[in-house]
Design a protein around this ligand. Structure first.
Ligand code: PEP
Ligand code: MG
Length: 596
């Protein structure tokens, strides 16, 4: 890259998804699949050379897997058996011997021969009845992909193998990738794709790693090893900054850290308005390990435990005992504060072929969340058993995601009842009166919230998906990310409708999407009358400070004015006008939440 080109692309603008400033070297993570080309070998020397090349790739792959296993962080060591299985596949003659004989007999290159062996193995697996075993073909294909990468001299890097402090640059990172991030080494990450409410962005906030997504072509423009400044507050990336710019950002970094420690001081006070109205402020977590961070930031409970990440991290289905141990620990650690466990919300951007999800044309509208669970009752039951067993710790509640109609609630509850009967028969204890709620995140559920309210103990509004499905914007698509509008009158009216339905039925109503942690939304949510808001732990102190600075009287009066406005822009302007005099450090606060 010439000086001129660097100059031209010196600053890239994307979407700020996780606050903080980080400065350091970039590390490009390549997630493209290895390409396979057919090649006919013309003489014996080439054929023998190809066999040798394949054998070397095999042993290199084995070495890599063993190293990977030995360097697994303690928290996820229990999943090491997956890597043991991969080593066994490597040693299996169906893969290795058959590839060698194909190279020898058909005189073709190792890549093509390996592809043929994998296809043959797939045919055999397709005939297996047991679904779990049939799905293990994915392990074989993963192993084959690793060998292919080694044949091509291209190694697939896992994010927990990264051992130097770097800023990750990638076209895309999956939630599986982010859940394997080595938080002691990875200083930040930037991606070409993604939006503010993509699960990869949510993970970055949980890990407290500055991140910018939706940069469109950063992974092509930034050379590996380039020096970068990532500004997770402004959503900017500066490539090869000069000394003055570095100094400026180092000062901003310190300012940010100072602000963070100041704000933490209010985090343990109650979220009570100046006129004495109290709401519960809770944390969203993806992993058990986040409970301590949640408590440190003043969370009054876990309002959303996104349990699917445990499945993604496991690369398969964790067994009931593992799930039970995990839920039990979260409940015990958080006691006596409540913990709301959301049942599996797989699908959409939380994709894993290891879990039997197939590639879909429109995954967000496809086999996601409760739909997946109702179709896979065995997997669903396993989770329900674990939740119910853990429910003897009285602080556990459970909720179902992506409900679009009453039928789904009834079907899910029927399965829950079957599981309860099974546990009764086995003499296993559980809380028979466990509170069961649903997420309201599909427009149809809003419209019939009055009907649904009669069948559940509480509602939790999932504003991320509600915005996605109402405004028809893919939450991970960077090109429509600008349309993520929590202040859209349609969204505000919907939340109002849900709160009214909940109040009429006498059940609780919370909100657990990114709006909960957005400082510009707090006054509106208070005015709308939600009982609890649940957010990434990092946002809690700021939101508590706002709640403690305003009155419920103001919040209600504001809401009346807001509901008369006809565009999101007008709502935003009014909110800024009202909040600025009430909260002098609003500008700084907004970088902590996902500012709208
Ligand atoms: C939501 O949709 O707002 C929500 C909280 O759930 P998730 O982000 O996990 O889809
Ligand atoms: Mg959702």
């Amino acid at each position: 890259m010439t000086e001129n080109q660097v100059e031209k692309i010196n600053k890239l603008k994307g979407i700020a998804v996780s606050p903080g400033i980080t400065i350091g070297e970039s590390r490009f993570i390549d997630r493209s699949r290895a390409k396979i080309l057919y090649q006919y070998l013309i003489n014996d020397e080439q054929v023998n050379g190809e066999v040798e090349r394949f054998k070397e790739a095999l042993s290199l792959t084995k070495e890599q897997i063993i190293t990977l296993k030995n360097s697994m962080p303690d928290q996820i060591k229990k999943h090491a058996f997956i890597l043991d299985a991969h080593v066994m596949i490597l040693d299996d003659s169906m893969l290795s011997d058959s590839t060698v004989s194909t190279i020898l007999n058909e005189k073709i290159n190792a890549e093509w021969a390996l592809k043929k062996s994998t296809q043959n193995i797939r045919k055999l697996f397709d005939q297996i009845e047991d679904e779990y075993i049939r799905e293990r073909i994915k392990d074989v294909e993963d192993v084959a992909e690793r060998i292919l990468r080694n044949l091509a001299g291209k190694e697939q890097e896992s994010l927990f193998e990264i051992n130097e402090p770097v800023i990750i640059v990638a076209h895309d990172l999956s939630p599986v990738d982010t859940s394997a991030i080595n938080i002691n080494k990875v200083r930040g990450f930037i991606t070409d794709v993604g939006g503010r409410t993509s699960h990869t962005a949510i993970m970055a906030q949980s890990l407290k790693i500055p991140a910018v997504v939706g940069l469109e072509s950063a992974s092509y423009q930034i050379p590996d090893g380039a020096f970068l400044i990532v500004d997770g507050n402004a959503g900017e990336v500066i490539i090869d900054p000069d000394d003055d710019t570095i100094k400026l950002y180092q000062e901003r970094q310190l300012q940010h850290q100072r602000y963070e420690s100041n704000i933490l001081q209010v985090s343990h006070l109650p979220a009570e308005t100046v006129d004495g109205h109290r709401i519960a402020i809770k944390a969203n977590i993806e992993f058990l390990e986040e409970v301590d961070v949640a408590k440190d930031h003043g969370a009054e409970g876990i309002g959303l435990y996104r349990t699917e990440f445990l499945y993604l991290r496991s690369n398969g289905i964790p067994n009931e005992e593992e799930l039970f141990a995990d839920y039990k620990e979260v409940a015990e650690n958080m006691a006596p504060s409540p913990v709301t466990i959301r049942t599996l919300d797989l699908g959409g951007d939380k994709f894993s072929s290891d879990l039997g999800l197939t590639t879909e044309m429109n995954p967000a509208l496809g086999l996601r969340a409760i739909r997946f669970c109702l179709r896979e009752p065995k997997i669903f039951k396993g989770q329900l058993r674990a939740i119910l067993r853990a429910s003897i710790f009285d602080n556990i509640r459970m909720m179902f995601p992506m409900i679009s109609g009453l039928q789904e609630i009834l079907a899910a509850k029927k399965i829950m009842k079957d599981v309860m009967d099974e546990l009764d028969k086995e003499g296993v204890k559980y809380n028979r009166d466990i509170k069961v709620g649903v997420m309201i995140e599909v427009p149809s559920a809003v419209t019939i919230a009055d009907i649904l309210a009669k069948h559940v103990d509480f509602f939790s509004i999932g504003s991320n998906d509600l915005i996605q499905y109402t405004l028809a914007i893919d939450r991970i698509n960077e090109y429509v990310a600008y349309m993520y509008q929590p202040f859209h009158p349609a969204i505000l009216r919907m939340i109002k409708q849900v709160v009214e339905a909940a109040n009429n039925a006498g059940i609780g109503v919370g909100l657990c999407g990114q709006m909960a942690g957005d400082p510009l939304c707090t006054l509106i949510l208070l005015g709308l009358g939600v009982n609890e808001i649940s957010m990434n732990a990092g946002g809690i102190p700021v939101i508590k400070k706002i709640v403690r600075s305003v009155s419920m009287k103001e919040a209600r009066a504001n809401l009346e004015e807001i509901l008369k406005l006809d565009t999101a822009e007008k709502v935003r302007e009014l909110i800024l006008k009202k909040m600025k005099p009430l909260i002098p450090d609003l500008d700084e606060m907004t970088v902590y939440g996902q500012m709208s």
